[in-house]
Design a protein around this ligand. Structure first.
Ligand code: SF4
Length: 257
């Protein structure tokens, strides 16, 4: 990265976020975000759909080739012959049988079902509300309530998969530290656990809103709340370091996410 870019962006910030760029308060500090915006603009200017699968794959390929060139250049500068490097056996760390993984997986599946039902209830309520407003204009005040539910739907939806992904990564890195005493892996475990924990807490808050709002979904929301609380306790037990881990940018005093 060039010097001016170094000052503009927070190094590796995208490794410590929940990848919800639309809601990120630090987009201007994120190199990945800036790169993606440039990619979108480039394709739009050419009249192309930047989300087209072939275009995405082409960009990934070009990115990879560029990275490879850079690695070769750096190696050459340092007199390293990449073809003569000793073969390192890659160890596989698979946490899929860990109880925390099983709980997170169960939660993801249950949340998926709740989201389907909640989406249907929101749609029905929306249609009903439109009719009510025509008859009783003051019912317009209920629009805000429904909007709040829709926002919480998005929160549950965003994190129900991310919690699983981050717990998987945290456990994988922890397994690595247990075998190889790798400092980077320890940091990665705590960071991933912290992101999972934040997702859990936001989901708990959102599920409580759903629980209070809908009699129909009360039982489902409660079951999920119990499951999430179990996961929360599991994360605290497995990764006590996540509480004190400071994410670059996000955990600066003035930023609240
Ligand atoms: S740091 Fe923010 S902008 Fe960058 S990838 Fe993460 S969520 Fe998106």
């Amino acid at each position: 990265m060039k010097e001016d870019k170094k000052d503009k962006y927070i190094s590796g910030i995208y490794n410590y976020c929940d990848r919800w760029c639309e809601r990120c308060p630090l987009t201007d500090k994120c190199f990945l975000y800036s790169k993606e915006q440039k990619r979108l603009a480039r394709h739009k200017a050419k009249g192309e759909d930047p989300y087209d699968w072939n275009i995405v794959m082409q960009d990934v390929k070009e990115d990879f080739e560029e990275t490879l060139k850079l690695i070769h250049k750096k190696a050459k500068e340092q007199g390293i012959d990449l073809t003569k490097l000793p073969k390192v056996e890659q160890k596989e760390y698979d946490p899929k049988n860990h109880p925390l993984m099983k709980s997170a997986n169960t939660y993801m599946k249950m949340a998926k079902k709740l989201l389907k039902k909640l989406g249907e209830v929101i749609d029905i309520e929306g249609i009903d509300l439109t009719k009510r407003i025509e008859i009783i204009p003051s019912a317009v005040s209920d629009v805000g309530k429904l909007r709040k539910i829709a926002v919480n739907y998005e929160v549950i939806s965003w994190y129900h998969t991310l919690i699983l992904v981050k717990i998987h990564r945290a456990l994988q890195s922890k397994m690595e530290t247990e075998i190889e005493a790798d400092e980077f892996a320890q940091k990665d475990a705590d960071a991933s656990a912290k992101i999972a924990y934040i997702g859990i807490m936001k989901s708990i808050k959102a599920l409580k809103v759903v629980y209070d709002w809908s009699d129909e979904l009360e039982d489902d929301a409660l079951t999920l709340l119990v499951e999430l609380d179990k996961i929360r306790e599991g994360v605290n037990k497995e990764f006590p370091g996540h509480h004190t881990f400071k994410r670059p940018g996000f955990d600066d005093k003035q930023i609240k996410v």
